[in-house]
Design a protein around this ligand. Structure first.
Ligand code: GRF
Length: 209
């Protein structure tokens, strides 16, 4: 077996996917989690990581007033991320509810020779349907009969990178958005866990059709 895959987690919110990843990785000896980067000061993910003994770095978007454009502001944020030692050392970035689009600056740090980026995201819908910030809400309000989640590689677009894994669940007639979402979240944990198991020997990328 090769050396361990060094992982940095990125999250912005409650962190239940990050918690799941850490717990799954505890049984996978080929994964080493260096730490978690979060852009939001009061995110629930900090408390979850503390309980699990995972170090966190809070790297916020810098104050707007310092920049002439939102592009410059995003680049400055990513420069701060890139200067973190975990990012310098890591092999893979795993996004777990990280609510920011990456610019080419950060993406290029993870670029492979084949042009893919070693960065994984989970999205709460069957992509390419319902990309964006509210996958469950958008799918539920649309009236889908079946929904699911997608683990995919990140690229320059919004939830648009190559699909690695998907799984589905049925909408029940009695579902509320809350119950629909909670079945979806349980599925997210399973699908992300499956993807992690493929990180060992690079079979992950062979999942792309
Ligand atoms: C999840 O639904 C994930 O698919 C999406 O953002 C949500 C994050 O939830 N990208 P949590 O912070 O992992 O609980």
């Amino acid at each position: 077996m090769g050396s361990k895959k060094k992982i940095v987690l990125f999250a912005s919110g409650s962190g239940s996917n990050a918690e799941n990843i850490v717990k799954v990785a505890q049984d996978l000896e080929f994964i080493e989690i260096l730490g978690l980067i979060c852009d939001k000061a009061n995110a629930g993910v900090f408390a979850r990581m503390e309980k699990l003994g995972i170090a966190c770095a809070h790297i916020p978007l810098p104050a707007k007033e310092q920049f002439e454009s939102s592009e410059q502001r995003r680049v400055a944020h990513e420069q701060a991320i890139l200067s973190h030692e975990w990012v310098k050392k890591c092999d893979w970035a795993l996004l777990a509810g990280y609510m920011r689009l990456m610019t080419p600056l950060l993406l290029n740090h993870f670029k492979r020779e084949d042009g893919l980026y070693q960065m994984i995201n989970i999205h709460p819908s069957l992509l390419p349907s319902f990309a964006g910030v509210d996958g469950y809400g958008d799918a539920f309000r649309y009236g889908v009969k079946v929904s699911g989640c997608t683990v995919h590689l990140v690229d320059e677009g919004m939830d648009s990178g190559p699909i690695l894994l998907q799984d589905v669940f049925k909408r029940e007639s009695k579902d509320t958005l809350e119950s629909f979402k909670s079945r979806g979240m349980a599925l997210e944990y399973e699908v992300y866990a499956k993807a992690l198991k493929h990180l060992n020997d690079d079979t992950l990328l062979s999942l792309i059709n």
